[in-house]
Design a protein around this ligand. Structure first.
Ligand code: CMC
Length: 428
């Protein structure tokens, strides 16, 4: 079916072409609007704006569908590993065994930090937020691999992607070790990606941590579920930075900063803080929910609501089941899970949340799983960043590979003062 968009402005009619995606999503292409009419569009928070076309991830927020390169998240969660999913997200199809082996080999090859980089950690105070360390260190890593800043071919791109994915894991673990005053451990070439991270996090001198398959599997699952999520705040930031032809490392470091905020990746920390507040204060869940609804504070039910999902976030469904299983397997009894379940029940039956279509999102249950693994709360958003890297790299690659890419440069409607004259200091 063909669609036309006709806009009447100041008595004149203008026609604009429409664009249809492979899943029949529709858009009006207004790229000639300003030239033809003098008007721009205004869309606070970009709720109706498609900033690009992309072939990486498909979301249907009303039906609760999420697919990476066409493959449903449920299938990847059940059958894939993080490394395989990363390859899929970046290169667009499932890898062959040889391709996967090659990529795994590259990850192992680049897992060490340059020894001088370890000194950089000493420059941070012990209570430094690991997100600050992560974003700073991603840029620092690039200084030791200057040839990765100019990517001209597939070979260099694969090498840069492998370095980033592998080193971010090493940096993340090292920033944790710094914060608890323990020596940083080196990666173990025999371990797979997730086992290696757990080893670097939890091994201490003279006591090697041996990750259990359940914990390694849960970490794989967590990372797979976070691997990409189309044009979210941090990915749009990565694309924005990439559009100026900034290198992959600089663009992803910017993504880390955007992810940090509590309305985005920082929500997984905020959820645990909220549940912990309820537990410690003894406040009833229903009372907390009432306070959120009063809106006289900026209080929100953290881990609820989503710009795109107006139905259950499929990732939260998977995580809820996994959290239940993992706590049972490890015989962990987490009182926060009980509070979370009560909160979910209260919100799902409350007209405020029903009318606004606010369902639990990925951050609602992810913290419970991370806690059960022994990951400290201040590392939660770093874990999200590790998971989201393949998505950021894939989006960076889409911009880099597109010969028609233009710099991202939105316009604005100016609402400030009109022409003023400069007043010398003694006359103000
Ligand atoms: N608790 C209470 N009310 C909420 C919530 C919430 N968590 N989320 C939205 N609302 C209300 C909001 O007050 C507004 O009400 P009204 O129509 O009366 O003004 C209505 O629902 C629409 O909200 P919005 O702020 O316009 O929605 P948005 O699409 O701009 O924001 C969101 C999406 C995720 C930022 C928001 O739902 C939120 O702040 N959630 C809590 C933080 C959170 O869990 N973030 C993680 C998101 S998923 C993972 C990720 O992206 O990193």
């Amino acid at each position: 079916m063909s669609h036309t968009c006709r806009i009447e402005l100041d008595g004149q009619s203008h026609e604009f072409p429409t664009v249809e995606g492979t899943e029949n999503e529709l858009a009006v292409d207004i790229s000639t609007l300003r030239d033809r009419t003098g008007y721009i569009t205004l869309d606070d928070g970009y709720g109706n704006t498609g900033s690009c076309t992309s072939a990486i991830t498909y979301i249907d927020g009303d039906k609760g569908i999420l697919r990476y390169r066409g493959i449903p998240i449920e299938q990847l969660a059940e059958h894939s590993t993080f490394v395989e999913t990363a390859w899929l997200v970046i290169w667009g199809r499932l890898p062959t065994q040889a391709e996967l082996d090659h990529f795994s080999h590259l990850l192992t090859q680049h897992e060490m930090m340059h020894e001088s980089l370890r000194n950089h950690f000493q420059g941070f105070p012990p209570n430094a937020n690991p997100m600050a360390i992560l974003s700073a260190m991603i840029n620092a890593v690039s200084c030791y691999d200057p040839e990765m800043m100019q990517i001209e071919d597939e070979f260099t791109l694969e090498s840069a992607a492998a370095r980033l994915i592998s080193k971010v894991r090493t940096i993340a673990a090292a920033s944790y070790k710094m914060s608890v005053g323990q020596p940083m451990d080196y990666p173990h070439p025999e371990y797979h990606y997730c086992e290696n991270f757990l080893h670097m996090m939890f091994s201490i001198p003279y006591r090697e941590y041996v990750p259990t398959p359940e914990v390694a599997r849960a970490l794989n699952l967590f990372l797979i579920l976070h691997a990409d999520h189309e044009q979210n705040c941090s990915t749009s930031t990565v694309r924005m930075v990439a559009s100026s032809q900034a290198n992959m490392f600089a663009s992803c470091a910017a993504g880390v900063c955007a992810l940090w905020g509590p309305l985005h990746g920082g929500a997984n920390v905020a959820v645990i803080e909220m549940l912990e507040f309820i537990r410690q204060s003894g406040m009833k869940v229903s009372e907390y929910v009432e306070r959120v609804k009063m809106k006289d504070t900026k209080l929100r039910l953290m881990g609820f609501g989503h710009r795109v999902y107006k139905n259950f976030d499929p990732r939260s469904k998977i995580l809820k089941v996994a959290a239940d299983k993992m706590l049972a397997k490890l015989s962990v009894n987490d009182p926060l899970l009980d509070i979370a379940l009560q909160m979910e029940d209260a919100a799902l039956n409350d007209p405020y949340f029903i009318e606004r279509k606010l369902y639990p999102n990925v951050d609602f249950y992810s913290g419970i799983i991370l806690r059960a693994m022994g990951i400290p709360v201040n590392m939660f958003t770093v874990m999200f960043a590790m998971g989201r890297l393949p998505g950021w790299i894939a989006n960076w690659k889409e911009i880099h590979d597109n010969p028609k890419s233009r710099i991202y440069r939105p316009r604005q409607i100016y609402t400030g003062r009109t022409l003023q004259n400069y007043v010398p200091m003694d006359q103000r």
